[in-house]
Design a binder for this molecule. Structure first.
Ligand SMILES: *[C@@H]1O[C@H](CO)[C@@H](O)[C@H](O)[C@H]1NC(C)=O
Length: 243
């Protein structure tokens, strides 16, 4: 007897729009400085949002898991470096620099600065001056002052509750990294060679980031936009921007 009733309740409550969580202050759509108000609300809520909210099906974004990242140094005939089990820490500390809602074109644009610390494992193989080598162990990457510019296109649709909801239909991202710092621990069990390879990686950081940056940025942005989309589907336009 219990189960069907509970299920029905769950279904009903899911199709009704939820109120804004207490950590988000709504902005009236009639204020002249709506984007400023939205930016303030975003700055105040981003930390909580990034930590996730089970009751709203929002997963934690900090740390964020990213699939294998493969780098060739300096090309496929040299060394192959795979970073595995990548956990990106720092999204909950992001600084939202701007947030703009264009209701006419239905575009949300935002800029955020993030300092990311990646804890991962490396697997290095290939040839170092014609000598085949292989090594693996713990590693870390620091991405200092990553500047993300994200555009999200949305549509409105009428939910089961008769209210106007949001649907993010696509997004794109531009990014810039101020500096990347790589550290591979215990390379080949030889401190001298290890230091040399780490030095080489850190000299080549710009090329490496140019190579793997798009994949990393897309993974990060996709996760954030997915969460934001889940959140926006739950709240109605009226709740976010009341009269
Ligand atoms: C949201 O947009 C996606 C992609 O355009 C579409 O497949 C989906 O049906 C839309 N959802 C709603 C509820 O309108």
């Amino acid at each position: 007897m219990w189960r069907p009733v509970f299920l029905m309740f769950a279904l009903i409550s899911h199709s009704l729009s939820e109120e804004l969580p207490s950590y988000i202050t709504p902005c009236s759509r009639n204020v002249p400085n709506l984007n400023e108000c939205a930016l303030k609300a975003a700055k105040e809520s981003i930390h909580k949002f990034a930590l996730g909210d089970k009751s709203r099906q929002l997963p934690p974004l900090d740390p964020l898991f990213v699939e294998d990242i493969t780098i060739y140094i300096p090309n496929e005939n040299g060394l192959k470096l795979i970073f595995k089990e990548n956990y990106f820490h720092g999204l909950s500390g992001m600084q939202v620099e701007s947030l703009k809602f264009n209701f006419e074109k239905r575009i949300i644009t935002t800029e955020a600065i993030i300092n990311l610390d990646v804890a991962n494992k490396y697997d290095l193989s290939g040839k170092l001056m014609v000598v085949p080598i292989r090594s693996n162990g713990d590693s870390s990457i620091k991405l200092k002052n990553t500047d993300l510019n994200v555009r999200m296109w949305y549509e409105h649709y009428t939910g089961d509750d008769g209210k106007l909801h949001w649907n993010i239909t696509k997004h794109d991202v531009k990014y810039e990294v101020e500096k990347a710092i790589f550290k591979l621990e215990n390379l080949l069990g030889d401190k001298n060679i290890g230091d040399q390879i780490n030095k080489l990686l850190n000299e080549l950081w710009k090329e490496i980031v140019a190579d793997v940056g798009p994949l990393i940025c897309q993974s990060l942005t996709k996760a954030v936009v997915k969460s934001l989309g889940t959140f926006l589907e739950q709240v109605s336009f009226d709740e976010m921007f009341p009269e």
